[in-house]
Ligand binder design. Structure first.
Ligand code: NAD
Ligand code: MG
Length: 391
C-alpha cells in the first residue's frame, strides 16, 4: 500500500486525484486530506477514503470539521501551521494542489520528509523555484510536474539528453477571450472570464487562462523545472488544447505530447511514474478531429507574457512579487475593484515599486524571505488597486 496525502483535496485537481485513487482503494493508504471552506466535501472524502487526518486552512471552521467527522476516527485540524504539520506526516506520494502561494510551505514540508511531490501548485515554483528544487535535492525527494504542459515536456524528455534540447514549446488555448475584440477586454466581467473553452478547472486558474497569467506563470515554471533559458521557451496558441507541449531537439525533431484535455492524465502519470498504467481518459479519434491549428500569441492582448519574461530576466525574488501581485490583482478583479486589463497594469506597477526598494528582490531565497516579499507585494498591490478604485 502506498501512503498518499492530497493537499487541496476539495478543488478541481484534488477531486480528480481522488477519482483516480478511489478506483483502486486497496492500493492506497490515505494519510492527509486538506481543504479550505468546503467542509462537507472534505469530511465526506476523508470518511470514505479513511484518511488519518483532515485539515481545513480556516481555523474558525475547526469545530464544523470536527462535527462532520464525528465517529469516523479521522482526526480534524485547522490553520496554516496544521497544514504544514500534516505535510510532514510520512507519506510516499503527496499531491500539491492548493491554489496560490499558500501551497509553498506544505510543499516544502512534504519534500523535507522525502515524499514524492506531485506538483500542480505552479505558484510554489514561481515564488521559490530554486528553494523547492534545492529542498528536493537535499532530502532526496522527487518533484514531479502535474501541470499538463510540464507533464507533457517531462514525458517528451524521457530518455533524452538535455544538451540536445533546442527549445520547449508550451501551448495555450487562448482562454475565454481569445477571439474577443481587444477594445472589449477592459469591460470583461469575472463571470465572462470564468468559463474556459476546453478545460474544467478552478475559478482562479480559469480567469488566469483568460488573462494569460496562467501561461506567464507556466513560462517561469518551465524555466525553473527544466533549467532551460528563457529564450528557449516559446508559447504557442493552440485553440484545440490537444497538443500540450512540444520539445524541439538540435536535429530539428519536435516531440509533441497529444492527449485529451483531462487532468487525470497528468495526475495519473505522476501517480504511477515511472510506470505507465491504464487511465480512464478519452482516446482521441484524430480522423474525427480532422485538424489542429496554431497561431502566435499577441503581446498587446496578453501583456502577462511580457511581464513573465521581465521577471525571469530580473531573477531573485521577482517571481514571488509577480505571483503575489497577480493573486491580489485577481482578488481585486473578482471583487469588482479593477477591470480585466487592470490586472496586468497592477502587476507591472507592483513589480516596478518593489524592484525599486532595496533588500527584497535580491534577498536570499528562504521561506521567510519569500513570505516577507510576498506580504510586501500584496500590500503594495492593494494600495495600487484601492488608488485605482478611488478609495
Ligand atoms: P481549486 O480552486 O479548484 O482548488 C483549490 C484547493 O485549494 C481547494 O481544495 C481549496 O480548499 C484549497 N485552498 C484554497 N485556498 C487555500 C488556502 N489559503 N490554504 C490552503 N488551501 C487552500 O483550484 P484547482 O483548479 O484545483 O488548482 C489547484 C492548483 O493546481 C493551482 O495551483 C492551479 O494553478 C494548479 N493547476 C490546476 C489545473 C486544473 O485543471 N484545475 C491544471 C494545472 C494546474
Ligand atoms: Mg497548464
Amino acid at each position: 500500500m502506498r501512503r498518499v496525502s492530497i493537499f487541496g483535496a476539495t478543488g478541481s485537481i484534488g477531486q480528480n486525484t481522488i477519482d483516480l485513487i478511489s478506483r483502486a482503494p486497496d492500493d492506497y493508504d490515505v494519510v492527509a486530506l486538506t481543504g479550505a471552506g468546503n467542509i462537507a466535501q472534505l469530511a465526506a472524502d476523508a470518511r470514505r477514503l479513511r484518511a488519518d487526518i483532515a485539515v481545513t486552512a480556516h481555523e474558525h471552521l475547526l469545530e464544523e470539521l470536527r462535527t462532520a467527522l464525528n465517529g469516523s476516527g479521522v482526526k480534524a485540524a485547522a490553520g496554516t501551521a496544521a497544514l504544514t504539520e500534516a505535510a510532514a506526516r510520512p507519506a510516499d506520494w503527496v499531491m500539491s494542489a492548493i491554489v496560490g502561494a499558500a501551497g509553498l510551505a506544505p510543499g516544502l514540508a512534504a519534500l523535507e520528509q522525502g515524499a514524492t511531490l506531485a506538483l500542480a501548485n505552479k505558484e510554489s515554483l514561481v515564488c521559490a523555484g530554486r528553494l523547492m528544487l534545492e529542498t528536493a535535492r537535499r532530502h532526496e525527494a522527487r518533484l514531479l510536474p502535474v501541470d499538463s504542459e510540464h507533464s507533457a515536456v517531462f514525458q517528451a524528455l524521457t530518455g533524452e539528453d538535455m544538451n540536445a534540447v533546442e527549445r520547449v514549446i508550451i501551448t495555450a488555448s487562448g482562454g475565454a477571450f481569445r477571439d474577443w475584440d481587444i477594445d472589449d477586454l477592459p469591460h470583461a466581467t469575472p463571470d465572462e472570464a470564468s468559463s474556459h473553452p476546453n478545460w474544467d478547472m478552478g475559478q482562479r486558474i480559469t480567469i488566469d487562462s483568460a488573462s494569460m497569467f496562467n501561461k506567464a506563470m507556466e513560462l517561469i515554471e518551465t524555466r525553473e523545472y527544466f533549467g532551460v533559458s528563457p529564450d528557449q521557451i516559446e508559447v504557442l496558441i493552440h485553440p484545440e488544447s490537444l497538443i500540450h507541449a512540444m520539445v524541439g531537439f538540435r536535429d530539428g525533431a519536435l516531440m509533441a505530447h497529444v492527449g485529451p484535455p483531462d487532468m487525470r492524465h497528468a495526475i495519473g502519470y505522476a501517480l504511477h511514474w515511472p510506470e505507465r498504467r491504464a487511465l480512464p481518459v478519452e482516446r482521441l479519434d484524430l480522423a474525427a478531429i480532422g485538424q489542429l491549428s496554431f497561431r502566435a500569441p499577441c503581446d498587446t492582448r496578453w501583456p502577462a507574457l511580457r511581464l513573465a519574461r521581465e521577471v525571469m530576466q530580473t531573477g531573485g525574488l521577482a517571481g514571488a512579487v509577480f505571483n503575489a501581485a497577480k493573486e491580489t490583482a485577481l482578488d481585486g478583479f473578482i471583487a469588482g475593484k479593477i477591470g480585466f486589463t487592470g490586472m496586468a497594469e497592477v502587476v507591472e506597477e507592483v513589480l516596478n515599486l518593489v524592484t525599486a526598494q532595496p533588500g527584497h528582490i535580491d534577498a536570499t531565497m528562504t521561506l521567510d524571505n519569500v513570505a516577507a516579499t510576498d506580504h510586501l507585494a500584496r500590500r503594495e498591490a492593494w494600495s495600487v488597486i484601492n488608488r485605482r478604485a478611488g478609495q
